[in-house]
Design a protein around this ligand. Structure first.
Ligand code: G1P
Length: 314
């Protein structure tokens, strides 16, 4: 067990803060926006060049020092568990053929520093409900939540966004929610944050005033969208338990956060780099292109193939 330290926050005299070592990854969703590709394959298993989306997310956790990952999953998504388990026959075959580099990649799908456990979300009752399914495993500790639809291109930053958010939390005891600006028409697709009109710069944080799930353009308090990375204190559990169905008839994580703000400080963190929403066709296609151009093996050729050839007659 990590050593607790006492920190002061705005709304509480002091509270105990632990190093955050646990993360919840909700992976139970059906991926209907990516059908028919996701009819038999979990959306989290769609490849971005040569690794499934979920592997990037697990690697992001490991880089940030997370050691225990809880995936909230569904019986139809066994392929995710298989991907992070050993594959004896395949490994023996690769070893016998001397394909050592591939063997290392197959054995390294799960970083050695993390354990992954799985809990079923019996009913599709929304993101808030999915996170709540991890309560018994996470227990009375702060934790991160990473939405696997959201792939982050850290854009060669020295420190990952998740790492910075964890550092902020461990220094202040204040929850962290990651934001990115979206075009006005898109506010209806996201949780939207009110940060009192502050001009938040990339990599910086500012107090969160209010959050609202998928508002209309008229009701949106800003164009700052929540983009799938959160650090929560254990006090979120009781709020999730008491959150009734909201937008879309689902128990929304955003609604529980909006309650949390009433009793505890929360910080909005503006991401560096850019996010890709791999849960829809356009976002997924852009992510594949973006990551392919940076891939050590094929990046150069992909970039060449995307560069328009000058018209000699022009
Ligand atoms: C979820 C959250 C929403 C957030 C979005 C992107 O929505 O409910 O607040 O902005 O993820 O991270 P979903 O895309 O599952 O509808």
């Amino acid at each position: 067990m990590e050593q607790a330290i006492q920190v002061k926050t705005n709304k509480h005299e002091s509270k105990a803060v632990f190093n955050v070592t646990k993360a919840v990854l909700p992976v139970a969703g059906f991926g209907s926006r990516m059908l028919p590709a996701t009819k038999a394959i979990p959306k989290e298993m769609l490849p971005i060049v040569d690794k499934p989306i979920i592997q990037y997310i697990v690697e992001e956790c490991a880089r940030a020092g997370i050691t225990e990952i809880v995936m909230v999953t569904h019986t139809s998504k066994k392929a995710i568990e298989n991907h992070f388990s050993t594959a004896d026959e395949l490994e023996q075959s690769l070893a016998s053929k001397g394909k050592n580099e591939l063997l290392a990649q197959v054995q390294g799908t799960k970083p050695s520093t993390v354990t992954i456990s799985y809990v079923q979300q019996g009913e599709a009752k929304g993101l808030g409900h999915a996170v709540l399914c991890a309560k018994e495993i996470i227990g009375d500790e702060p934790f991160a939540v990473l939405l696997p639809d959201v792939l982050i291109d850290e854009d060669d930053s020295e420190v990952d966004n998740l790492t910075l958010m964890l550092q902020n939390f461990e220094a202040t005891g204040t929850s962290q929610i990651m934001l990115e600006a979206v075009i006005a028409e898109d506010v209806t697709k996201f949780g939207i944050a009110d940060i009192n009109g502050v001009d938040l710069q990339a990599g910086k944080s500012s107090p969160l005033i209010r959050v609202v799930e998928k508002p209309s353009q008229e009701d949106a308090p800003s164009n700052l969208a929540i983009v799938g990375r959160y650090i929560f204190p254990p006090s979120i559990w009781a709020l999730l338990e008491n959150t009734s169905a909201g937008v879309g008839g689902e128990i929304q994580l955003t609604d529980a956060m909006d309650e949390l703000i009433k009793t505890e400080s929360m910080d909005a963190y503006y991401m560096t780099g850019k996010s890709h929403d791999c849960g829809n066709k356009l976002g997924y296609a852009k992510a594949v292109i973006n990551f392919a151009t940076k891939h050590p093996e094929i990046g150069k050729e992909i970039t060449q193939c995307l560069t328009p050839v000058p018209d000699p007659s022009a």
